[in-house]
Write a protein that binds this ligand. Structure first.
Ligand SMILES: C[S@@+](CC[C@H](N)C(=O)[O-])C[C@H]1O[C@@H](n2cnc3c(N)ncnc32)[C@H](O)[C@@H]1O
Length: 338
């Protein structure tokens, strides 16, 4: 290990701190150029806990090189972890769900802020690593599971019960996570309807996904049923961009932090059946370029759809990308009530 460090000119050892993060791409290239078996011997100097040094040491300790298939791009900048906790307003006594704790750099910040954390990690090596790292606290539970397949509601309810919070009507739980970009949509779909459990979901997503989910109205061609879904269940806000150089290994895209303030079920738009509402939305978008009077034919005749649109003050030639959440709610309720 020492010889590896010595082999770099002293001024090029990528000492990390927020201000020196630009060394990252040099570092990535160098690391990728090393023979595979030598990569996990690599060690660097660092100034802060939970940045280059902590991350690489942790990976070294398990002989783990990040897995692309698991979206393993670890956070190297502890300031961003701090900011994630600030956006989630994480404070003493909160119960926080973290998806994909990895080496535990964000977990550390959440525990330091006084939260009790439920961490769900798919990779058995990383789950074991994070369990070891926080073995001396009783404020962390690590479950080695695939989040997209786990029963998050029952996990959360049993934790809330243990904390004596279930049934109090108070939503103490939050989600704060730097998730693998490839499961973003599943995570959003699974979490947003849980407004009876979570008050807030703060996610580090791919920048492009974050923009699409939050600023859907700016590009009609990118408006999708997921945008209706997000607005139905939450008030989303794009917080800040996270340039790709902050991750190890560096992804090909930038990230961004989004906060979804979840609506309580009593505040959801009023529809007789949520299932039937989303079924109408999905049918409407099935014929993306088509007019609603054609795509909703299985629910009403084209002339009936036209008449409903006219009554609602909408053009009879409306296409799905032209309708807001409220328009869809009114359209759905008029169609099912006739
Ligand atoms: C982008 S890394 C973030 C790691 C850490 N939170 C950080 O900020 O450095 C994503 C983490 O999610 C884990 N992961 C990937 N797919 C998962 C899944 N389906 N369920 C739970 N964890 C998953 C990966 O193993 C990895 O630890």
């Amino acid at each position: 290990m020492a010889s590896l460090i010595k082999s770099f000119p002293p001024n090029q050892i990528p000492v990390t701190s927020t201000s020196k993060i630009q060394h990252k791409s040099w570092y990535s290239t160098t690391l990728t150029n090393l023979p595979k078996r030598r990569r996990n011997l690599f060690i660097v100097c660092a100034a802060n806990p939970d940045d280059y040094n902590a991350t690489l040491k942790a990976l070294n300790s398990r002989k783990r090189f990040p897995r692309k298939s698991l979206g393993q791009h670890y956070m190297l900048n502890s300031t961003i972890n701090d900011q994630l906790a600030v956006v989630g307003n994480v404070k003493d006594g909160d119960l926080v769900l973290e998806i994909g704790p990895g080496t535990g750099s964000l977990t550390n910040v959440l525990i330091d802020a006084g939260a009790t954390v439920l961490a769900i990690e798919k990779d058995p090596y990383m789950a074991a690593l994070v369990k070891d790292r926080f073995a001396d606290t009783n404020r962390l539970t690590v479950l080695q599971e695939d989040f997209t397949k786990c029963h998050i509601r029952s996990h959360m309810l049993s934790l809330l019960e243990r904390k004596n919070l279930a049934g109090t009507g108070k939503r103490h739980a939050k989600v704060v996570a730097n998730i693998p970009f490839n499961i973003s949509k599943d995570v959003v779909k699974q979490l947003l309807p849980l407004g009876d459990i979570f008050s807030e979901v703060v996610l580090l997503l791919q920048d492009e996904t974050a923009i699409r989910l939050v600023e859907s109205s700016s590009k009609p061609s990118e408006y999708r049923p997921i945008n209706i879904f997000v607005k139905f269940y939450s008030d989303p806000e794009y917080k800040f961009q996270v340039p790709r150089a902050n991750f190890f290994p560096q992804p090909k895209v930038d990230g961004a932090v989004v906060s979804f303030k979840l609506k309580q079920p009593s505040d959801y738009p009023s529809v007789p059946s949520i299932k039937s509402f989303f079924s109408l939305v999905s049918c409407a978008f099935n014929g993306k370029r088509k007019m609603l009077r054609n795509t909703l034919q299985h629910l009403s005749t084209p002339s009936e759809v036209e008449e409903t649109l006219r009554t609602l003050g909408l053009p009879t030639t409306s296409r799905p990308e032209e309708l807001t959440l409220d328009d869809f709610v009114r359209l759905h309720n008029s169609i099912v009530n006739t």
